[in-house]
Design a protein around this ligand. Structure first.
Ligand SMILES: [Zn+2]
Length: 324
């Protein structure tokens, strides 16, 4: 149904009366869409956000198309930064809300406040919720609830062609292995100044290891937490202190009941300064332990993000700790 702007208020009123009389859900959905069209149309007409887009981008943002799954630039992408609308540059999603749903499109479990508009989408014989950029009304994808993949239980399924990534240049990276990554990740994630913390694998000799692979004990990968922090809020030295205070660095390839090289105590430094600070911090921490600290201090290597079910594991499963 199309209505013009001039006659639209009367048309929407008539639609509403008709929908009330017939108790028609589809009509209510149309009313909501048309009201939104009224308020946004003048703004969109005044600024043509779509003319500079490529044909493929227009197909998604303007014509509500969908890119093929597993083909988008940002599907398997976990850099730190912000995702903006490709049409109008409005900020939409922070990368610390991005997760791997396995669906083949970039997935986020939260949005930047006020960035997204939602519409009932009754196309294709299904009831779905379409998501669009709140500024330009460009089509992004759909949002789903109840899949229980993350704690927020929400999946914004977004086309890569709808968004553009801008890195957070103010953040620094740090990587720690201190036994089971569930516990270490939770510890750092709750630390003020830590923007995000991913559980994963580092230091081994295989590409794209799975949890099953590293449990065999022959990949030499360690369970690590790869985190990004704001050095203006928390220093690397403070992160090192948290590391020493929350695991036993004197047990070789072992934390509590967890035994194996995957559970080794290790710091992967990403700069000469971090290496110096880690070495100095290790010497200072030795004063707190009777036995020698066996923690390795190594140069950062390629990080492989662990399977999604390992991310935020303790909180997702309402567990306080993994027993360390
Ligand atoms: Zn936009």
């Amino acid at each position: 149904m199309k209505i013009t702007i001039r006659a639209s208020l009367f048309a929407v009123r008539d639609m509403y009366v008709n929908a009330c009389q017939n108790n028609c859900i589809k009509s209510f959905a149309n009313i909501k869409n048309e009201i939104h069209f009224l308020f946004l149309s003048k703004q969109i007409m005044a600024t043509d956000y779509f003319s500079k887009l490529s044909t493929a981008e227009k197909h998604i943002l303007k014509d509500k198309g969908t890119e093929a799954p597993f083909t988008g630039k940002y599907n398997d992408f976990f850099e730190v930064g912000i995702f903006v609308c490709r049409a109008c540059e409005s900020p939409l999603y922070e990368s610390n809300c991005k997760f791997d749903s396995g669906c083949g499109w970039p997935s986020f479990d939260d949005e930047i406040a006020g960035a997204i508009n939602r519409y009932e989408d009754l196309s294709g014989g299904r009831i779905r919720t379409e998501i669009c950029c709140a500024k330009c009304d460009g089509h992004l994808g759909h949002v789903f609830h109840g899949e229980q993949i993350t704690k927020k239980d929400t999946r914004h399924c977004v086309n890569s062609l709808s968004i553009r990534f801008i890195p957070h240049a103010h953040l620094e990276v740090a990587t720690f292995g201190g036994g089971c990554f569930w516990h270490v990740e939770k510890l750092f994630k709750m630390t003020k100044g830590v923007y995000l913390a991913h559980s994963g694998y580092m230091g081994g000799n295989t590409e794209n290891p799975t949890y099953k692979d590293i449990c065999k004990g022959n990949t030499n990968h360690a369970e690590v937490v790869h985190l990004y922090f704001n050095p203006k809020v928390i220093t690397y030295q403070a992160l090192l202190n948290i590391f020493w205070e929350n695991h036993n660095p004197t047990t070789l390839n072992r934390q509590g009941a967890d035994v194996g090289t995957q559970y080794r105590s290790v710091i992967f430094y990403s700069s000469d300064l971090q290496q110096q600070q880690a070495e100095k911090s290790k010497a200072a921490a030795q004063q707190q332990f009777e036995n020698p600290i066996v923690t390795q201090i190594e140069k950062v290597q390629k990080f492989f993000r662990a399977e999604e079910y390992h991310q935020d594991y303790l909180d997702k499963n309402n567990l306080g700790s993994c027993g360390l």
